[in-house]
Ligand binder design. Structure first.
Ligand code: F6P
Ligand code: MN
Length: 345
């Protein structure tokens, strides 16, 4: 089929250049940081595809035939990202799900950006070849002096200060979804070209969906409002809008990706086991919240916008209620006890 007359391949480099025009304050360092991130993503995408062959699936603490330590894919991805970003010289401090403490560059290799990342979200799904992902949040450092290293305070900025939020999905194809505060764009990796190509510009989430995504196995651990809300979504309604379908991959980034495309809601609220929710605020929830908001959706912890929370620790957890605006609004009414819910009995 011939290409449409306006068909234009937009590579991520073109797009980064376009985004720089939207940020007159950008100096080129930001593009340089994005290139460091892209370099790490290309390596991880390649190795995720070959994971079973490379003997990097499964448990760590094994030794391969060369007598080398065999690393799990998540610790491997962590090393790749740290290596690429530290070498690039654009970061002053980082946090990762895989590191208890902050990660610092060498003095003299310090840049003006702060990066928090989850190197491999959904790592429980790795051995079953189910979609996994990587999540990034980028901030500017608080102290603009470049002769000092960053501190934990740089990482504890509220999510609304992110200058870049993105995730990668290693699924049936590799997608990169990101925002710099001017809408959400989706790129798909073409391994034959070695390029990320723009496949969706300015992605918008439907204002309401018909899918919910939550671990219903924990129903008996949930708060009553949460149980009632899910029971409500399961019920038949006269107008045909319910019951909703349940979809749960248990890779948060994949569940949110589907929610962005089809609409609906993803919930991981407090329960009797995870009393503050399960997702990590700094390197999981904040990036996902910014992307969903930029696509026109909502992301709350039950009381406030996730992006407004001032973190107190890099590994803190947060409850997450995220997705289509009308669905999150409705869940919030249940949470506040003001939804006029009547059971069908
Ligand atoms: O990183 C947290 C996470 O792995 C998410 O990616 C995922 O949505 C969730 O936890 C799955 O948790 P559970 O197995 O408790 O449903
Ligand atoms: Mn994770």
């Amino acid at each position: 089929m011939p290409f449409a007359a306006d068909h234009r391949l937009v590579t991520i480099d073109h797009h980064i250049a376009e985004e720089e025009d939207l940020h007159p304050e950008a100096t080129g360092d930001f593009s340089s940081l994005l290139h460091d991130i892209l370099f790490a993503i290309r390596i991880i995408a390649r190795d995720v595809r070959r994971a079973g062959l490379n003997d990097i699936l499964g448990l760590a603490k094994k030794t391969n035939i060369h007598g080398e330590q065999v690393r799990k894919l998540d610790t491997y991805s962590n090393d790749v990202i740290k290596g690429a970003l530290l070498k690039g010289g654009n970061v002053c401090v980082m946090a990762s799900e895989e590191n208890d403490d902050i990660i610092l560059p060498e003095i003299g290799k310090c840049g003006k950006y702060v990066v928090a990342f989850d190197p491999l979200d959904g790592s429980n799904n790795i051995d079953a070849n189910v979609t996994i992902g990587t999540i990034f949040s980028v901030y500017k450092r608080l102290d603009i002096k470049l002769d000092t290293l960053g501190t934990v305070e740089d990482l504890l900025q509220p999510g609304y200060k992110q200058v870049f939020a993105g995730y990668v999905l290693y699924g049936s194809s590799t997608n990169l979804v990101y925002t710099t505060g001017h809408g959400v764009n989706v790129f798909t990796y073409d391994p034959t070209l070695g390029e990320f190509l723009l496949t969706k510009r300015n992605l918008k989430i439907p204002s309401r969906g018909s899918i919910y995504s939550t671990n219903v196995g924990y129903f008996n651990k949930w708060h009553e409002w949460n149980q009632q809300y899910i029971e409500y979504l399961n019920e038949f309604s006269e107008d045909g809008t319910r019951p909703y379908s349940l979809r749960y991959i248990a890779t948060g980034v994949a569940d949110i990706h589907r929610t962005l495309h089809y609409g609906g809601i993803y919930l991981y609220y407090r329960d009797s086991h995870y009393t503050n929710g399960k997702l990590r605020l700094v390197y999981e929830a904040n990036a996902l919240a910014m992307i969903v908001e930029q696509a026109g959706g909502r992301a709350i912890d039950g009381e406030r916008r996730i992006l407004s929370i001032k973190p107190h620790s890099i590994h803190q957890r947060t409850p997450v209620i995220i997705g289509s605006e009308e669905d999150v609004n409705e869940a919030e009414l249940f949470l506040k006890g003001i939804h006029p819910y009547q059971t069908g009995e």
